[in-house]
Design a protein around this ligand. Structure first.
Ligand code: ADQ
Length: 485
């Protein structure tokens, strides 16, 4: 087989150009996907196709929206696709974030099933498909990411019967009873079945997807990991995503981070710190977590003045009503709990409603005695893995409905709807001996080392069976990973 290039399609781009006071600045978004795929792209010199969302993006490209990245050592092509404000509103905030997102997170009553969202979603998928067709050579392999492009595999397949096409779905896939609420469910499933390989985070999402295909397409042959439909086979597998563990450990153990962490702890003047870090999304369970903390303080007054709860909640999709309403409820709850328990020298809940720099997140991971990762539902949840990677003495409380709990089942597992049991879990975590903490956390530390983002990438590419000639030994991984910084 001739080694081909990788053509990646994702909504977010790996390099963003923004205007600032001193001119144009290039930023790389934080996040595992870019960290993992950028080095591979640099090695295979492929094409990454994404929405050009930066304020200065258009200044940097040729007439086709292309530029070579990274700027200082150009290795691969970034092709930017332009979206009008109406398209951003209907395809991104509309169909992706107000139809697929809520339904896949079992919040189908929050979804807005508007046909204009669907029409624009189809149009944008078509535009990305055309750009992908323009960029793809016969031996190339196309890897599509996430809920924004569910129609692309089948649309590409029509034109490219022989290219390898795969898609990774980053959020949960719900049971059929929920997924079937989407009026355009058939088109979405058919779109996804154009891929040779579909990846999800967990085996239960795989089972849900296969169950939906069985219901919608009774004539398809569906096994526990593949679908045969109209003479083609789509393999469906679980690939639990990891983090760039070496990088997190490295950054988290820098002297400057340790110094700042100690300083903050002294300044806060409390014995123990509980931490939550999330996008401000209704799936993340922030409100129930705060209610559990309130319950805990009520039933364990001996802790008053001795611990604080830091909740970082970065604003996201804030133009959508459901997000505005949730923000209001959370702020009201923070105000009420603080009003009830606060003392002149002590604040029970420290609420930070903005995106904070990654070194501050690392510092918080270091000082937190307990991390509460208690989403109502979550595809995977990388915060759980980041905390385990950076923190050496703490303990993780994890929702049974985070995809991460399938692998991280030695953590203190809670039901995020059960406020009382979350309050009890907090008491258990805060009073745990070092030996017990280690017993719980050691297997998790091993997991984040072994199943890091590079393991995930290798597992996906191996299962896909494509020939990319990427470095797979640890030493080489590390070198390419460093190059991406
Ligand atoms: P997200 O829903 O965005 O991702 P998550 O996996 O927790 O959720 O990743 C969030 C990332 O943003 C983490 O790297 C975290 O450190 C960072 N972050 C969060 N709040 C921040 C803040 N205030 N300031 C700075 N950084 C912040 C989707 C799915 C997940 C899945 C991932 C990857 O919803 O379930 O794990 O994709 O597939």
């Amino acid at each position: 087989m001739t080694p081909g290039r990788l053509i990646v399609v994702s909504n977010r781009e790996p390099y963003i150009h923004e205007w600032n006071k001193s001119g144009i600045r290039c930023k790389m978004p934080i996040g595992g996907l870019v960290a993992a795929l950028d080095p591979v792209m640099q090695k295979t010199r492929g094409v990454w196709i994404a929405w050009g969302s930066g304020s200065a993006d258009a200044e940097m490209v040729d007439e086709k929206g292309r530029l070579l990245v990274p700027e200082d050592d150009p290795r691969y092509t970034l092709r930017r696709i332009w979206l009008s404000p109406k398209e951003v509103s209907e395809y991104y905030f509309g169909f992706a974030n107000r139809v697929i997102w809520p339904v896949c997170h079992l919040f189908q009553e929050k979804a807005r099933y508007l046909s204009e969202y669907w029409e624009t979603y189809r149009e944008v998928n078509q535009r990305f498909t055309e750009a992908t067709l323009e960029e793809t050579n016969p031996e190339d392999h196309i890897w599509i990411h996430d809920i924004h492009f569910s129609l692309m595999p089948a649309a590409l397949r029509k034109e490219l019967p022989d290219n390898d096409i795969a898609l990774f779905w980053h959020i949960p896939f719900p049971p059929w009873e929920t997924f079937s609420c989407i009026p355009w469910r058939r088109e979405i499933l058919e779109g996804l079945m154009g891929a040779d390989l579909l990846g999800f985070h967990t085996s239960s999402y795989v089972a849900n997807f296969l169950g939906s295909v069985r219901k919608e397409f009774p004539d398809a042959q569906v096994s526990h990991s593949a679908i045969r439909y109209k003479g083609r086979v789509t393999r469906v597998r679980a690939f639990p995503i990891g983090i760039d563990n070496a990088e997190y450990r490295d950054m988290g153990s820098r002297e400057s981070i340790k110094r700042r962490a100690n300083k903050l702890r002294n300044k806060m003047g409390v014995k123990q710190i509980i931490l939550g870090v999330d996008r401000l999304d209704y799936t993340k369970g922030i409100l129930n977590r705060l209610l559990a903390f309130e319950k805990f303080l009520e039933s364990h007054p001996k802790y008053l003045g001795k611990l604080s709860f830091i909740q970082v909640a970065s604003p996201t999709r804030s133009s959508i009503n459901e997000y505005k309403e949730m923000k209001r409820q959370i702020e009201e709850t923070v105000g009420r709990v603080n009003g009830k328990f606060q003392r002149p020298q002590w604040t029970p809940i420290i609420y930070i409603n903005r995106q904070i720099p990654s070194d501050e997140i690392l510092m918080l991971y270091r000082i937190a005695d307990v991390a509460m990762v208690t989403p109502i539902i979550d595809g995977m949840n990388l915060v759980a893995k980041e905390y385990v990677s950076v923190n050496d003495n703490g303990i993780l409380i994890l929702s049974e409905f985070a995809g991460a709990s399938e692998e991280m089942d030695t953590a203190i597992i809670v039901n995020p709807y059960d406020i009382d049991s979350m309050a009890n879990a907090l008491e258990r975590a805060l009073s745990m001996s070092i030996e017990e903490k280690n017993r719980i956390m050691q297997p998790l530390r091993e997991l984040v080392v072994e199943h890091d983002i590079f393991w995930w990438l290798d597992a996906f590419i191996e299962e896909w069976g494509i020939d990319l000639e990427i470095g797979v030994n640890d030493e080489e991984k590390h070198t390419i990973q460093k190059k991406a910084q």
